[in-house]
Design a protein around this ligand. Structure first.
Ligand code: PA5
Length: 361
């Protein structure tokens, strides 16, 4: 057996989940709502030198990689109906040309040691951008302190992707302090919705009535393709990346309506379509024409071609709560899939090896 793999555990055999999920990543995801509440409380008190108002902001960039970038993607989706300025998430070594003095650059690295993020931080400094950092330590924390810049300090000891409930509130709070959004209602609803999903899909809930376990069960043995729609674009991206890192499976993400202009064309003609299991993240408050497109896509392309179709409906009044509801369900499903496949969801050995190799030169 390759390192990190074990015999899979049945999804109702929860007393034995620890045989595979050795560091109890599932427990961390089950506590998403509590962590989000704690993260939100902490964010509102943190970084006092980053005060409400201040310098005019004409655009926002979240500069971060992987698990430290997804918070920006979710916030950009959830608040795009409210944000009066453009917001971009950049995962690279440098910032785009529009980054200048009036740009708020939120530099996000859970570990504080990610080289691309550190490089974007230095780029933001050179350009004179308004900078705020989010980190649990490392070089980023040191550089922020050295430059006298505000920092949202996060608790340590969590996998970056599992630290989402701590990484997201500082992004929201930064936008609020720049007077771009008023997030109280959305954050409170998101905490409540996350708690409901985690409760309904907790380990002790049997597979027959546990949506996250049912999703994991339906995806085992196939390649997940997760479709978001509208504000659920980043939620689909989060599903894909969680499937990559927790059960360590190759997965794809796509979205409606964009997929109607390319992806739809392949399902009936590519003989490999049956290898893919489709997850449709549905937004009950999405555009009605998008809902119609999704129904037609099932009829014209997916049914009879894909290896399975499973639908997940987001819940909540605010866009942020709907995004979070989809994210929490996907996070749980990804850990359940890991347990079923016998793959310890916590270690990300190849990512760590790559970082170690890069650090040598
Ligand atoms: O999930 C992960 O471990 C990665 O995607 C990391 O988040 C990514 O490599 C960036 O590291 P950090 O979040 O510490 O900046």
């Amino acid at each position: 057996m390759p390192p990190g793999t074990h015999e899979g555990v049945g999804l109702d055999d929860w007393a034995h989940f620890g045989r595979v999920d050795k560091s109890d990543l599932l427990g961390r995801v089950e506590a998403f709502a509590q962590d989000l509440a704690a993260g939100w409380n902490a964010a509102r008190k943190a970084a006092p030198s980053f005060r409400k108002g201040g310098r005019f902001v004409s655009s926002v960039i979240v500069a971060g990689m992987g698990g430290s970038a997804i918070s920006g993607e979710i916030v950009a989706d959830a608040f795009r109906g409210h944000l009066p300025v453009p917001m971009a998430v950049v995962q690279d070594y440098g910032l785009p040309a529009f980054a200048r003095r009036e740009t708020l650059v939120i530099v996000s690295s859970y570990s504080g040691g990610t080289e691309e993020t550190l490089s974007m931080f230095e780029d933001a400094l050179r350009r004179g951008c308004r900078i705020v950092g989010i980190t649990s330590g490392g070089e980023l924390k040191r550089r922020l302190k050295e430059e006298g810049l505000p920092c949202f300090a996060l608790p340590g000891g969590v996998q970056p992707r599992a630290a989402l409930p701590f990484l997201l509130p500082p992004v929201v709070e930064s936008l609020a302090r720049a007077e771009l959004i008023t997030p109280k209602e959305a954050m409170e609803e998101s905490i409540a919705v996350a708690g409901k999903i985690a409760g309904a899909c907790a380990r002790a809930r049997p597979l027959r009535s546990n949506k996250a376990k049912r999703v994991a069960d339906a995806l085992a043995g196939g390649t997940p393709v997760v479709f978001g729609e509208g504000v659920l674009r980043a939620a689909a991206l989060r599903w894909r990346t969680q499937f990559n890192e927790n059960p360590k499976v190759i997965a794809r993400d796509d979205m409606f309506p964009a997929s109607n202009h390319n992806d739809i064309n392949a399902w009936g003609l590519d003989g490999r379509a049956g290898e893919f299991r489709v997850v449709l993240l549905r937004d009950p408050k999405g555009h009605p024409r998008t809902a119609r497109r999704t129904e037609l896509t099932k009829k014209l392309a997916l049914r009879g071609n894909a290896g399975g179709i499973i639908e997940v409906e987001a819940t909540g009044e605010t866009a942020l709560a709907r995004c979070i509801s989809a994210v929490v369900l996907g996070d749980l499903a990804s850990v359940y899939l890991a347990i079923k496949l016998g793959v310890d969801p916590t270690p990300v050995e190849v990512i760590s090896r790559l970082k170690a190799e890069l650090a040598k030169s």
